[in-house]
Design a protein around this ligand. Sequence first.
Ligand code: ADP
Ligand code: MG
Length: 374
Amino acid sequence: MISQSDNARPEGSSGFAPAAPLELQRVTKRYSGQATPAIAELSLEVPAGEVCVLVGPSGSGKTTAMRLINRMIEPTSGDILLGGRSVLERRPDELRREIGYVIQQIGLFPHLTIGENVATVPRLLGWDRARIARRSDELLELIGLDPDEMRDRYPTQLSGGQRQRVGVARALAADPPLMLMDEPFGAIDPINRGRLQDEFLRLQAKVRKTVVFVTHDIDEAIKMGDRIAILREGGVLAQYAPPTELLSQPADDFVAQFVGADRGLKRLALTTLGDVELIQPNGLAPSGRRVPLRSTVRDALSMILTSGGRPLTVIDDDDDVAGLVTLELVGGLLGQDGALANGGGAGEGGEASEGGEAGEGGGPSEAGESGGPG
Ligand code: ADP
Ligand code: MG
């Protein structure tokens, strides 16, 4: 009954199990009575500790793929390896305890306290009470909830965002080498959604799990993914690539449409001012608004546009002037091959006209990452 990941590992941030690589090998799933498969010959490798985002329109088989991985359903053909071992050889109940699963309507047990909810899997694994209590508090702290304040509350006494965090903590409780997250923040309002995304990225930097994250929102995919798998209807893989590559070199029209006409701007959001060659002031006294070197180029563009097109002074961590950024510089980056990481020719027309949208000050998710002007 006790899973292999339950070897007496110490609690604490150093106590997280190594993540396991995941590999789908030509996986096909045809539900009975279905004319076309929900998933067709899907092959994907997710290296240990990376976030793979599955993105695609409704009905493209994203949830089916997740349920195949943890064996809630069985593939029609193909194989799935977790840590090099076929999940088809594993006992489904045992396997599921080793895989954290987070879904949109989080499904906390309403009659159990937050602490008891987080402790669900450790209890099933037969941990002793003291260890469960320690682990439960540790996880609440990890997701930014005060254990003393939260552990004895019931789910109805939490906000939607807090409940979703508890769902993530519950999925992490037994230290799974793999996390499956199916539209985990889909039901949360945009502001809290951005916060949850930022928090999850901070958490992931600490715990380094292998994660499969499902969304139908390409912006969320670009923000969360180390790699993005775009599925089209019929569960066919259209492209599997890191975000910058997807934006600069979409494999076909379907991918190009899915990532959006503003993919040039999206690419700017993945690049910081530290990544580009700034204009040197050459003795001119720097003026204009100041922007930190770690800001994204997209945020800088947004600031330029709201400053009447005037250049910004870029400031490094020591408060020294690193250079200037101008509208022309950003425009050049959009159009120029190789100027950005993996920068292909994404700068065709239409993007400049969408600058007005960027000028609205960016979403909460962007502000959280790059910090405000210095
Ligand atoms: P997504 O999560 O991308 O929206 P799903 O994996 O839920 O897509 O569904 C993929 C396809 O499989 C859809 O056409 C859906 O109708 C079908 N499907 C999903 N679950 C079942 C089921 N249990 N039985 C039959 N068809 C199903
Ligand atoms: Mg789904």
